[in-house]
Design a protein around this ligand. Structure first.
Ligand SMILES: [Zn+2]
Length: 427
C-alpha cells in the first residue's frame, strides 16, 4: 500500500497548498479592498494635513467667564475635558473645546470670540469686552499650542510651528458704545473682526430679530463704523445683523465682508440665516459665509435632531449658488448647546471633509483644492484683501464722526430706558 499512501499524502499536500493559496489570495484581496475603502474615506480629511481648519467663531472665552469668572487657571486647556465634572459635556452642555480635541479636529486657526451680553449695552459693555479680550490673550500666552495672530501673513509660520493661529473677534457692536475711538482701541489690542450687532439693536444697526420690523437699518453713523473698520483693516462681520443691515453694509463697504457663524435662510428660514439675494451680493463682494452648526439654524424640522448631513447641505447650497470661494466653517462651538449628531465638538471637523469628498451622485464633487478653500484658504484670502484695502485707506485720517444725542435718546427709548440715565458721557 505504499503507492496509495504516497498518493493520499501528495493529494493532501496539494489540497493543503491550494487552500493556503486561496486563503492568502482572499486575505490579500480583502486587505486591498479595505485599504482602498479606507483611503477613499480618509482622502477628504487628508486635505487638512497641509491646510488645517480656520473656524470663524468659538465662545470658549465666554465659557471661562461663565464657569470660572475668567480665572484661566481653573481650566486645564491641555486636558481632554469631555468627562470633566465641571468642564465636561454632562455638567456643561456648551463645553466643546480643549486643546487635545482641537488637534484631533485639525484646527489650525480660530477666531476666539470676545463676547459680552446685550445686558451690558449702555452700561459696562466696554470694560466687560476689554476683560474678554484679556482672557483670550491670557489663554493664548499660557499655552504653547496657541499663538496670537493679527494678519494673514503670520498664519503659515504658526502652522509650521504646530500652533493654532489665534485671532480675536468682538461679537456685537454694543461693545463699542457707539464710539469710533473705542473701535480703534480694539484694533490696537489685536481685534480683527467685529460683528455689527449681537441679538440687540445698537443705536446704529438692527439685529436679526428686527426682521420684518426695521428700526434703524444701518444708519449714517453705522455706515461710518463700516468705513472706519475698512480703514483699520478689521473685517466687518454680518452674523447676527438684520437682513436689511446685511444689504446696507454690503452696499457701503470697500472691502470683503464675512459671516463668521451663519447658515442658509433658503434651507432653514431662521432670522439668523442669510437670504439668497445677500449671498449673491456677498459673491460680488468677494466675501465669505462660515456655516454655523447650531441645530436651530441648520435644521428647521423640529421633529428630529440636526445631523452632519444638514451642515453638508448648507455648505453645498452655498457652493452651488455663489461658488466654492465663498464658503467656510464657523461652528459656534461653546456658543451652541445642541450640536448636530456627528459634529458634537471641535474634534469632529474632519468628518465633514470626508463626507464632502465621498459626495452623493446628485452633489458636486470636491477636489483637494476645493476642500482646502473650505478649510482655510477662503478666510485667509478675505483677511488678505481686507488688509490690502486698509493699506490704501489708512493713509486717510481716522473718521471723527460722533453719534448724535438724538440718535442715542431714540435708541434708548426703543429699549424702554430713560434716555440720559445710562449714558454718562458724551463724546
Ligand atoms: Zn453668535
Amino acid at each position: 500500500m505504499p503507492a496509495l499512501q504516497c498518493n493520499q499524502r501528495t493529494r493532501g499536500i496539494i489540497l493543503f497548498s491550494l487552500v493556503t493559496i486561496a486563503v492568502t489570495i482572499a486575505t490579500v484581496v480583502a486587505v486591498t479592498w479595505d485599504s482602498i475603502d479606507c483611503d477613499r474615506l480618509a482622502r477628504g480629511s487628508a486635505a487638512l494635513r497641509s491646510v488645517p481648519v480656520f473656524d470663524g467663531h468659538n465662545d470658549l472665552a465666554n465659557t471661562i467667564y461663565e464657569l470660572a469668572n475668567n480665572n484661566v487657571s481653573k481650566f486645564d486647556f491641555e486636558k481632554n475635558t469631555t468627562d470633566d465634572p465641571v468642564w465636561g459635556i454632562k455638567a456643561c452642555k456648551e463645553c466643546m473645546t480643549d486643546y487635545p480635541r482641537l488637534v484631533k479636529g485639525s484646527v489650525g486657526a480660530q477666531f476666539w470670540s470676545a463676547y459680552v451680553s446685550c445686558k451690558t449695552q449702555y452700561k459696562d459693555a466696554v470694560p466687560a469686552t476689554l476683560r474678554q479680550i484679556d482672557v483670550i490673550k491670557r489663554l493664548v500666552n499660557k499655552y504653547k499650542g496657541l499663538r496670537l495672530a493679527t494678519s494673514h501673513k503670520e498664519v503659515q509660520d504658526i502652522w509650521d510651528a504646530n500652533q493654532i493661529a489665534s485671532f480675536i473677534g468682538v461679537e456685537g457692536g454694543h461693545s463699542i458704545d457707539s464710539s469710533l475711538a473705542i473701535l480703534r482701541i480694539y484694533y490696537d489690542l489685536g481685534v480683527r473682526y467685529m460683528t455689527l450687532t449681537h441679538t440687540c439693536n445698537t443705536p446704529w444697526a438692527d439685529a436679526s430679530p428686527a426682521l420684518g420690523k426695521p428700526v434703524h437699518n444701518l444708519t449714517e453713523f453705522g455706515k461710518k463704523v463700516v468705513l472706519e473698520m475698512n480703514r483699520l483693516g478689521m473685517v466687518v462681520d454680518l452674523s447676527h445683523v438684520s437682513h436689511n443691515v446685511m444689504r446696507d453694509a454690503l452696499n457701503v463697504t470697500k472691502a470683503p465682508l464675512m459671516f463668521s457663524h451663519s447658515s442658509v435662510y433658503a434651507i432653514c428660514n431662521h432670522h439668523r440665516n442669510v437670504p439668497d439675494d445677500v449671498l449673491l451680493q456677498l459673491k460680488k463682494n468677494d466675501g465669505i459665509i462660515m456655516i454655523n452648526f447650531n441645530n436651530d439654524f441648520v435644521n428647521c424640522n423640529k421633529s428630529r435632531n440636526a445631523t452632519l448631513e444638514d451642515v453638508v447641505e448648507h455648505i453645498n447650497y452655498v457652493r452651488k449658488l455663489i461658488g466654492v470661494d465663498h464658503v467656510g466653517l464657523g461652528a459656534d462651538f461653546n456658543g451652541i448647546s445642541e450640536p448636530p449628531v456627528g459634529l458634537e465638538d471641535v474634534s469632529k471637523y474632519p468628518a465633514i471633509f470626508d463626507r464632502l469628498y465621498k459626495h452623493r451622485e446628485d452633489e458636486l464633487a470636491w477636489t483637494k483644492d476645493d476642500l482646502e478653500k473650505l478649510a482655510s484658504r477662503n478666510m485667509l484670502r478675505v483677511l488678505e484683501r481686507v488688509e490690502k484695502v486698509s493699506e490704501t485707506e489708512s493713509k486717510t485720517t481716522p473718521l471723527e464722526d460722533v453719534i448724535s444725542v438724538d440718535e442715542l435718546k431714540f435708541a434708548q427709548k426703543q429699549e424702554g430706558l430713560t434716555p440720559g440715565s445710562c449714558q454718562t458721557t458724551q463724546e
